[in-house]
Design a protein around this ligand. Structure first.
Ligand SMILES: NC(=O)c1ccc[n+]([C@@H]2O[C@H](COP(=O)([O-])OP(=O)(O)OC[C@H]3O[C@@H](n4cnc5c(N)ncnc54)[C@H](O)[C@@H]3O)[C@@H](O)[C@H]2O)c1
Length: 250
């Protein structure tokens, strides 16, 4: 991380990755703004960090709410130096399933919600933050959290499609924003040892995955953090997806 104090935005800041990333950047003395639907009570901020920390409640899938909270955040400390689009909704459902003897299809509202939270939220945040960076001539760095599911996971059509969208959006915006001095890149995590993983997979499946990973372990939030630091510091890394999966997808 650079020596200079940075103004950093993290979405999905109350979750497993988000709260870890916020705590790390705060411990380094940066200004950190976290946005989430749920408040941050579960993620203790040290009392000597309170002046560095701002938490904003917002439904990131709602473009009007995102516009309002970012207008306010920008009015306080100006453009962000680093934006981490971390919010995402892991969702498991097959396209077709038998329930009580009847053939059911994937819920359409669930499809829309997963796409809104996992893909559209990052687009809204990126657009508004990039606009402020350009208007104030202070280009920054944008990191999108994707997933190895972007290649298509059975039973996760919505989540996979959203993450494939994140990767494509990252590449397209890299071509547009690079000439303006704004860098954007993505991180594609494999399986991480987080409550969301344990909530979505049974322990037998997790044990099987662990054996399938060449490094024989799940990732930890510290690995996401070091990938964010790498992208933030390396001013020639742009438009690419950094795969962080212990070698699972080799
Ligand atoms: N944990 C993993 O193993 C893993 C693996 C690959 C990718 N990812 C990705 O990493 C990111 C973070 O994952 P995580 O495990 O920390 O997830 P998490 O479920 O712990 O955290 C997600 C956070 O997003 C918030 N959120 C959900 N909908 C929202 C909305 N509409 N508006 C505002 N906030 C909302 C939730 O309140 C929660 O705090 C996600 O994009 C996820 O897809 C995670």
């Amino acid at each position: 991380m650079s020596e200079k104090k940075q103004n950093i935005l993290i979405t999905g800041s109350s979750g497993s990755f988000g709260s870890f990333i916020c705590r790390e950047f705060l411990s380094e003395g940066h200004w950190v703004t976290g946005i989430d639907l749920n408040d941050q009570q579960s993620s203790p901020i040290e009392s000597n960090q309170l002046d560095l920390w701002r938490f904003i409640t917002c439904d990131l899938a709602n473009s009007g709410q995102v516009q309002a909270v970012l207008d306010e955040a920008h009015s306080i400390r100006g453009a962000f130096n680093l934006v981490v689009n971390n919010v995402g909704l892991i969702y498991n459902a097959p396209l077709l399933s038998f329930q009580k003897g009847k053939l059911q299809i994937h819920d359409f509202d669930a499809w829309n919600k997963v796409l809104s939270v996992t893909l559209s939220a990052g687009f809204y945040v990126t657009a508004l933050c990039a606009q402020k960076m350009v208007a104030t001539k202070s280009p920054g760095v944008i990191v999108n959290i994707s997933s190895i599911c972007a290649t298509g996971n059975a039973g996760q059509a919505a989540y996979s499609a959203a993450k494939a969208g994140v990767n494509a959006m990252t590449a397209a915006l890299a071509k547009e924003l690079g000439p303006l001095g704004i860098r954007i890149a993505a991180i594609s995590p494999g399986f991480f040892d987080t409550p969301s993983t344990h909530a979505n997979l049974d322990e037998d499946k997790i044990a099987h995955i662990r054996k399938s990973v060449p490094l024989r372990k799940l990732g930890q939030p510290k690995h996401i953090m070091s990938a964010i630091r790498f992208i933030n510091e390396n001013d020639y890394f742009h438009g690419k997806v950094l795969e962080l999966d212990g070698g699972l997808t080799i």
